[in-house]
Design a binder for this molecule. Structure first.
Ligand SMILES: Nc1nc2c(ncn2[C@@H]2O[C@H](COP(=O)(O)OP(=O)(O)OP(=O)(O)O)[C@@H](O)[C@H]2O)c(=O)[nH]1
Ligand SMILES: [Mg+2]
Length: 325
């Protein structure tokens, strides 16, 4: 590194390193070039920077083309929440998505099978959850919208392949997520950069190939303290327990209403944020009910079935309410 570079150079270089898009990188590089003294000692460095500018300009163009083609910076949310599948190539993201939704996503034994986000709805006991199967997080051309989708997701499901060093895959995923400034609890030791803290879950997939469970244990030991780590085999099917865990990443509860003297309709849950009260439930039924609510009876988290409860009572998953207005 040649000596006597001005401070402005180092500042631009710092911006280059933290730039998130090729365009930002090109801008920073151009500035580095502009402020650099021109003499023999900087010849090589200047050539180097020019090469980088050319590389990132091409990338920027490619991103623009992909973005135009896909135009997928924002996918409207549906159902109880939006869950994004994240992983390196071939981990089984599409296989899992296909196993739990009615819209199969292309699965293949070669990497980079999935090129665009693929949407599906997962049903768990009549709650609909939107799953987005993504291209591998390492796919550079997906960059411009990848970050946007991770940031706007309600939760993330990280999928790793237990048959090929899952901890190493996690490290790759985390490094990429950090570039996008997205993090899960316990997966990020440089957490000050993880400005978009997400809820989520880690699935060690292909458990059918991890016969002794050593890969899973290593994964769980390293990442299981703050984020749930579960084993699965998408090939053999995803069970209800795992679907419930995916629902739980959304931090929601299911609440049912009933009419006096009748049974509740279990096919028609209200999905509410954890911590919601009887008031909130009344409002979900009808906006005027919040004010009009006189009293409520509860089956579930009360002391006994049919207990008359306070209107600020915090609801639990599965509660049944009889609202009186
Ligand atoms: N043995 C086994 N193979 C699996 C399992 N899940 C997926 N596979 C296989 O792994 C390969 C990759 O699966 P995909 O679902 O396409 O992987 P992906 O993560 O979507 O891959 P990309 O779209 O390239 O990122 C396919 O050959 C699948 O059949 C599993 O639970 N067990
Ligand atoms: Mg795929």
């Amino acid at each position: 590194m040649p000596a006597n570079l001005p401070i402005a150079y180092y500042e631009a270089e710092k911006r280059f390193r933290s730039a998130e898009t090729p365009n930002e990188k090109v801008e920073a590089l151009e500035e580095m070039l502009a402020v650099m003294p021109k003499h023999k000692g900087t010849d090589r460095l200047r050539a180097d920077i020019r090469a980088k500018i050319s590389k990132f300009s091409k990338e920027a163009l490619k991103e623009k083309a992909t973005a135009k083609k896909g135009g997928i910076y924002n996918i409207p949310k549906e159902g109880a929440g939006q869950v994004v599948m994240v992983g390196v190539p071939n981990a089984g993201k599409s296989q899992i998505t296909s196993a739990v939704t009615a819209t199969p996503s292309e699965v293949a034994d070669y990497p980079f099978t999935t090129q665009n986000p693929h949407l599906g709805m997962m049903d768990f006991e009549n709650v609909q959850i939107q799953l987005i199967d993504m291209p591998p997080i390492t796919e550079e051309s997906a960059r411009p919208w990848f970050a946007a989708l991770l940031r706007s997701a309600d939760s993330l499901v990280l999928v790793v392949d237990l048959s090929t060093d899952p901890v190493e895959q996690m490290e790759q995923i985390i490094a990429k997520m950090e570039e996008f400034r997205v993090g899960l609890p316990g997966t990020d030791n440089r957490s000050e950069r993880a400005l978009y803290a997400k809820r989520g879950l880690i699935i060690g997939n292909k458990s059918d190939l991890d016969s002794s469970g050593t890969a899973f244990k290593a994964l769980k030991d390293k990442y299981g303290k703050e984020t749930k780590v579960l084993a699965a085999s998408a090939k053999n099917g995803i069970d209800a327990e795992l679907r419930k865990e995916i629902l739980d990443t959304l931090n929601v509860i299911r609440v049912y209403t009933k009419e006096p003297g009748k049974k509740s309709d279990k096919n028609d849950p209200m999905v509410m944020q954890k911590g919601s009260t009887v008031y909130d439930a009344a409002e979900s039924v009808h906006k005027d009910f919040r004010r009009g609510l006189k009293y409520a009876l509860i089956w579930g988290s009360g002391k006994f079935d049919g207990q008359r409860i306070k209107r600020d009572h915090v609801l639990q998953d599965g509660d049944i309410l009889e609202l009186h207005t």
